[in-house]
Design a protein. Structure first.
Lengths: 291, 571
């Protein structure tokens, strides 16, 4: 699958063609076995986003730029009708030039009707990391409605954004015992072919019963000037009801750019905001006088 | 004479299920409800924890990785491991607020209130504008019983952060515990404005309305929570309780039948469904639900629940006239949880008296009184059981020792019965006169006193006592019989028979066949005495035979009839 992305930024590159090597093994009975292994080399990354999250040290602007790179990488996959199915900080590599590249396409699959996924599922489970899986995937819709993996990739992006700014894994705050109980009790014994319909009927109540945490009130938080915007962005990406989830990259990039502009011009922005509030207060006061 | 043995033998009692209560509201679901995970859920939580643990091992010097591990372990319910993870996070980053907050919550759940208070207090210094430390401190105060302080702190939390759902929710529960339900409702309404689609808030609102005895609003709130979360078992149960109080049995049955199909192992659902059937007097269906609930009850369920279901099952069997099974389940209830309350004991005592097993009834009454020495019903039933064995001395002593501690009209009535049966009329009159000082218009006492006077041939006094009850007042079976006895003693045999027949009629109208038979037996006894007084031995003997031919074979009347028969046959 990596062959489709040769020369493209934000997706990890293969630096050698597929090659084999053979190795011999001696057994105690003096019988020699030879085994052939296939391999290829990947470009060398400096680190990954998981390490960056774990040890901090990134400023808000760097986090947003890294996040934008991750979104770009995923966009390149989606353009080719490929879903990653396991976006998480560990699969986002930071290169020496500070570019972030999406890696580990072992779980990804093409949404072409005839394409066979490398890992259709994993012993009945979602092939990706459960901590970054969207609830519809936890509900087992990945085999019945593979196209929903696009929505799930966006959920993963939201979870990454949350983690970048709070240091905490989002789903640990949402997918607790009661969430899992609600989900499993609703989806237990649902026959194949009916799962999506049942899930669609149930997901609103699931979302009502398990509100998302506030990004600004959790962990390290975000700078005040972009707190509300980031909260809104992550909440839109992580909506438990996939039908209401943000899934347009243009809108996503626009919001990231706005955040970056605000961050880079924080003082000016805060002055503008203060002025705006003052004017509004004056207008309201004038209205009162007129009345 | 009011025959309390009959009164007490009447109806077995169900042990009711508690109405919606503040204890039904445990915690904000976002803070972890402490549910018992199923196998699938347990596996899911384990996998998440393992992945997080791997990260924590890989980034062992990262406080963030340790905090994530702590949260995952908390979700899994492993408090001590979570505590270790948060403590390690604090070592790596001593000022980390999340770790302190989580540790505070863990200490609180472990009951270590001092450490929890320290944690939240230190957090309040570094997070002066956050509601979280205030909420934590309030929970500590509430856990140590200081509800005033908890309320004060939560009010502070709400002032700090008006959008804090946790603060408003906790404030509402504190108000409920303080009995200030109006304020609880106000706090919950404010919380609903913050998060209008949270089912647990509407559920809590329903509980507070139910406590406030406002079933219409409670019903509406539970219905909203069920619209938002149709599978919410707590809301289904609470709504069922409200509907049961409003006698909407069909609605309860429909609501519960669906939920029972979803979760057939939830014994509380089956119990509520059984209640709906009981209220409709469909004891067969109620018995089926209770039997299933009892047989499928997991071992982890508290024994008090098992005892309650066993007792209620016994009551259903008794109503279905299957006394053997009723006895079995009352005994099971008592043996399962002897401290489960006196109702099962009383039911079994009544059952044994009904089955003419006075000795067994007395033994159960003794067991009950060993657990609950102040249980007046068991004192009465025990005395009645002793009386039925003609052990009047012990029965009288039991009642007298209870009356030494407190005045009680019913016990006095039982005592006067026993004294009359033992033919100690003067003492019976004394007891009744004393009891009537505090309750001069008590119809049972008036009736008994008149009866004792008649038995001791003080006809004028009996007439005076009976005059206290107006003639136009609808008389009960006992009063009608006593009036009949007065007419007999006055020499008006036809009037006496009329009085007794009226008494039998009333008893039959009330469905108390046994009382009707007893009244008839007494009539024959008194007629025999009257004819004997007039020297007509043959008719007297006929009356005695008629009395002894009736299906009641025990008690003071049978004893007196037999004595009279022996006397007449000699003469």
């Amino acid at each position: 699958m990596l062959g489709e992305f040769v020369g493209q930024p934000n997706v990890i590159q293969r630096v050698s063609s597929l090659a084999d090597f053979t190795e011999g093994f001696d057994t105690p009975l003096n019988v020699r076995y030879t085994l052939t292994f296939s391999y290829f080399a990947m470009e060398l990354a400096k680190s990954d986003l998981a390490a960056a999250v774990a040890f901090g040290g990134l400023d808000a602007e760097a986090k947003l730029v890294f996040f934008r790179d991750a979104c770009k990488g995923l966009q390149r996959l989606h353009v080719r009708q490929i879903v990653h199915r396991d976006p998480k900080p560990r699969n986002l590599l930071v290169m020496a030039d500070r570019q972030v590249k999406i890696a580990d396409l072992g779980t990804s699959r093409s949404l072409d009707r005839d394409a066979v996924p490398l890992l259709p599922d994993y012993a009945g489970f979602w092939p990706g990391d459960l901590r970054y899986a969207a609830p519809e995937m936890l509900a087992g819709l990945f085999s019945e409605a593979p196209e929903l993996a696009i929505y799930a990739d966006f959920f993963g992006l939201g979870a990454i954004l949350f983690e970048l700014f709070t240091g905490q894994v989002l789903t640990l705050s949402v997918f607790d015992g009661s969430f899992a109980m609600d989900l499993t009790s609703a989806m237990a014994h649902v026959p194949p072919g009916k799962r999506r319909q049942i899930y669609d009927d149930f997901v609103t109540q699931l979302a009502d019963g398990h509100p998302l945490p506030n990004l600004s009130a959790t962990g390290d938080g975000a700078p005040r000037c972009i707190q509300l915007r980031l909260d809104g962005l992550y909440s839109e990406l992580c909506r438990l009801d996939y039908r209401k989830r943000l899934r347009r990259f243009e809108s996503l990039f626009r919001q990231i750019e706005i955040c970056l502009i605000v961050l880079r011009n924080e003082e000016k922005y805060l002055r503008w905001l203060k002025e705006k509030r003052r004017r509004r207060a004056t207008l309201i006061g004038a209205g009162r006088v007129a009345r | 004479m009011i025959d309390l043995a009959q009164e007490l033998k009447k109806k077995p009692s169900f042990v009711p299920i508690d109405p919606p209560d503040v204890d039904d509201i445990q915690a904000l679901p976002v803070a972890g409800p402490g549910v018992e995970p199923t196998e699938v859920v347990g596996r899911f939580l384990r996998q998440i924890t393992e992945k997080t643990r791997r990260d924590a091992t890989y980034y062992s010097k990262s406080y963030r990785a340790q905090i994530n591990l702590g949260v995952a372990l908390l979700n899994k319910g492993d408090l001590s491991a979570a505590q270790e993870a948060f403590e390690l996070a604090l070592k790596l980053e001593p000022a980390n607020q999340t770790a302190v907050l989580q540790l505070g919550r863990i200490y609180l759940r472990q009951g270590n209130l001092v450490k929890a208070k320290d944690a939240f207090a230190s957090l309040r210094k570094v997070m002066p504008h956050s509601a979280e430390p205030f909420v934590g401190l309030a929970e500590v105060s509430a856990a140590s019983g200081d509800l005033e302080e908890a309320q004060h702190l939560l009010q502070g939390a709400v002032d700090q952060d008006g959008h804090s759902l946790a603060a408003r929710f906790q404030l509402a529960t504190i108000f409920m515990r303080m009995g200030r339900t109006n304020e609880a409702v106000r706090a919950l309404k404010a919380a609903v404005r913050i998060q209008p689609r949270a089912p647990f808030l509407h559920y809590a609102l329903g509980v507070s309305y139910a406590i406030r005895k406002d079933p219409a609003r409670a019903k509406r709130a539970f219905e909203v929570s069920l619209r938002l979360a149709p599978g919410m078992a707590q809301a289904v149960k609470a709504l069922s309780k409200v509907l049961l109080e409003g006698a909407s049995f069909q609605a309860v049955r429909e609501l519960l039948a669906e939920q029972v199909a979803k979760d057939p192992h939830d014994f509380e659902l089956r119990e509520l469904l059984a209640w709906a059937y009981v209220r409709e007097q469909n004891y067969l269906a109620a018995r089926r639900q209770l039997y299933t609930a009892l047989s499928e009850l997991p071992a982890s369920v508290a024994t008090i629940n098992r005892a309650r279901i066993a007792n209620n099952l016994g009551v259903c069997y008794e109503f279905l006239k299957d006394l053997k099974h009723a006895e079995h389940f009352f005994l099971l209830s008592i043996d399962t949880f002897a401290e489960g309350g006196p109702i099962a004991y009383q039911n079994l005592e009544r059952l044994y008296l009904q089955m003419d097993k006075a000795q067994a009834a007395q033994a159960i009454a003794e067991r009950c009184l060993a657990q609950y020495p102040e249980d007046r019903t068991s004192v009465m039933l025990g005395a009645v059981a002793l009386g039925e064995q003609e052990r009047y001395g012990e029965a009288i002593a039991q009642c007298q020792s209870f009356l030494e501690k407190a005045d009680d009209a019913q016990i006095s009535a039982v005592l006067s019965n026993l004294l009359t049966d033992a033919e100690r009329f003067d003492e019976a009159i004394q007891v009744l006169r004393k009891a009537m000082r505090s309750k001069p218009l008590d119809r049972a006492l008036i009736n008994n006193l008149a009866y004792v006077y008649l038995m001791s041939d003080a006809i004028a006094e009996a007439r005076d006592v009976l005059r206290q009850v107006p003639e136009n007042e609808p008389a009960g079976a006992y009063l009608a019989a006593t009036r009949g006895l007065l007419r007999l003693r006055e020499g008006d045999l036809a009037g006496g028979v009329e009085g007794y027949e009226r008494s039998q009629q009333i008893a039959l109208q009330q469905g108390n066949q046994r009382l009707a038979v007893r009244s008839k037996q007494k009539m024959h006894l008194e007629l025999a005495k009257a004819w004997l007084l007039r020297g007509n031995v043959d008719v007297a003997l006929q009356e005695v035979r008629k009395g002894l031919a009736l299906p009641l074979k025990r008690g003071a009347y049978v004893r007196d009839l037999k004595r009279l028969a022996a006397r007449l046959s000699k003469s």
